[in-house]
Design a protein around this ligand. Structure first.
Ligand SMILES: Cc1cc2nc3c(=O)[nH]c(=O)nc-3n(C[C@H](O)[C@H](O)[C@H](O)COP(=O)(O)OP(=O)(O)OC[C@H]3O[C@@H](n4cnc5c(N)ncnc54)[C@H](O)[C@@H]3O)c2cc1C
Length: 403
């Protein structure tokens, strides 16, 4: 792509205003950097993984304490941001874990929550059915409630972060950044000590004809990352098609709104649901990887097979709603790494290009901490580098381990 003469210089150019890019731009600006945030379709757009109505904000992550701690800090930062922009975008619905007899994951979750001091309540079956008579407990052995967890209103939350970022000085541009290859806008860097043959990216160009030059470039392009860096990331990040449904409760029935109904997770049954928030209907989805998906052109009309499976789940978990009508449906995509750990690392061929993504169906809640982490790396801080986020740890074969 040919660079135009409309050229600007920044400390950092962040490409992608999903939850990871928006928080990264915001945190970088707060650390004193001059930042531009660029998005092809707009912050929280309906093709992006962050563009859905809602996302679960839970603390429990089995034995993966790193994500529990990140969720705890992120919730605090989300709430501070919502207070700053004066919007109610977190609903403290509580998150109820429906635990199967032979499943170690909720047991480990309880152990870690206890260790860190995150409040939770454990229920026997009798206690759970008394407290939540609208929930069907078939196949469930016990339950556990995180009372302080809940739901982030995702699309609007990303727009709120972008708004807060621009209000504090981030420049925002709606435009598509062209592919980065070794022939465009790059110059070699001499590494006398380790003799690595890396280069520096000097500028990026946009479809709208702008040339943007920055000290560092962050590519937080979610499911688009394998398109932008096909040689490096195709096969390391797999976008998969995921269907999400909302159903309408009978008029005047309050049993399916918060606080009567919490957000619930049937982890082993691969399903989760959210109460009716802001009149959008009860949300239910299957948490199993779907087929490969193209975020630009993929078909976003839900399938009758998907609807049938979710109907079965509805009949099992919220039996009173088994014949409830669909009020909304959408197709979104996960952007999965091999095991579900995030990817936050330097591009191996560039000294100033950062790859940020791999939210893998659970990343939304962590946006604030991802932003802090990237800002610390760009500041050159060495403490707290997480090997699990490295490119080297991202293999081709998928074996989901983080949920
Ligand atoms: C159905 C579903 C349910 C989920 N549930 C949860 C949940 O309950 N809790 C949770 O924490 N997480 C959940 N997730 C995961 C979470 O939503 C994602 O991990 C997260 O939103 C990823 O954010 P991102 O910023 O990496 O990507 P995105 O939100 O996709 O943002 C990438 C952005 O990059 C832009 N872009 C791409 N290419 C270019 C380019 N060339 N130039 C300029 N801009 C570009 C796009 O327009 C887009 O806005 C769920 C995901 C899905 C799909």
């Amino acid at each position: 792509m040919k660079a135009s003469n409309t050229s600007s210089t920044y400390d950092v150019a962040v490409v992608g205003a999903g939850v990871f890019g928006a928080w990264t731009a915001y945190q970088l600006q707060r650390s004193g950097k001059r930042v531009i945030l660029i998005d092809a379709y707009g912050a929280g757009n309906s093709r992006s993984s962050s563009g859905d109505e809602s996302r679960i904000m839970r603390m429990g992550y089995g034995a993966d304490e790193i994500y529990t701690r990140s969720a705890q800090r992120s919730l605090q930062l989300w709430q501070e941001l919502f207070a700053r922009v004066d919007q109610r975008l977190f609903h403290r619905t509580g998150v109820l874990w429906l635990a199967h007899e032979d499943d170690p994951y909720p047991l480990k979750t309880a152990e870690i929550l206890e260790k860190i001091g995150i409040p939770f309540e454990r229920f026997t079956m009798a206690e759970a059915s008394q407290r939540y008579p609208q929930i069907g407990l078939e196949g469930i052995a016990w339950a556990m409630l995180e009372p302080d967890s809940g739901v982030l209103l995702a699309r609007r939350a990303v727009q709120a972060v972008t708004f807060a970022a621009t209000r504090t000085g981030v420049e925002y541009l709606q435009d598509a950044v062209g592919p980065v290859d070794s022939g465009t806008g790059v110059s070699p860097v001499n590494h006398a000590q380790d003799a690595r043959a890396t280069q520096k990216l000097n500028y990026i160009t946009t479809a709208g004809g702008r040339s943007i030059s920055a000290g560092n470039y962050v590519f937080a392009c979610g499911p688009w990352l394998p398109k932008i860096f096909p040689d490096l990331l195709a096969g390391r990040i797999h976008p998969t098609r995921q269907e999400v449904f909302h159903f309408g409760a009978p008029a005047g029935n309050q049993s399916f709104t918060s606080p009567s109904l919490p957000t619930w997770i049937d982890f082993k049954g691969e399903a989760y649901g959210l109460p009716d928030l802001e009149g959008r209907g009860i949300k239910i989805a299957i948490d199993r990887h779907g087929s490969e998906f193209d975020p630009d052109t993929g078909d976003r009309v839900v399938t009758s097979e998907g609807l049938a499976e979710v109907h079965q789940c509805l009949a099992r978990r919220l039996p009173e709603l088994k014949d409830a009508p669909v009020t909304e449906a959408r197709v979104c995509q996960y952007e999965n790494t091999s095991n579900g750990d995030f990817l936050i690392d330097l591009h191996p061929e560039f000294d100033n290009v950062w790859l940020v993504g791999g939210g893998s169906g659970h990343g939304f809640k962590h946006g604030p901490v991802v932003g802090e982490y990237v800002a610390a790396r760009i500041d050159g801080r060495k403490e707290g580098i997480e090997p699990r986020f490295s490119l080297a740890s991202k293999v081709m074969e998928g074996k989901r381990a983080v949920f």
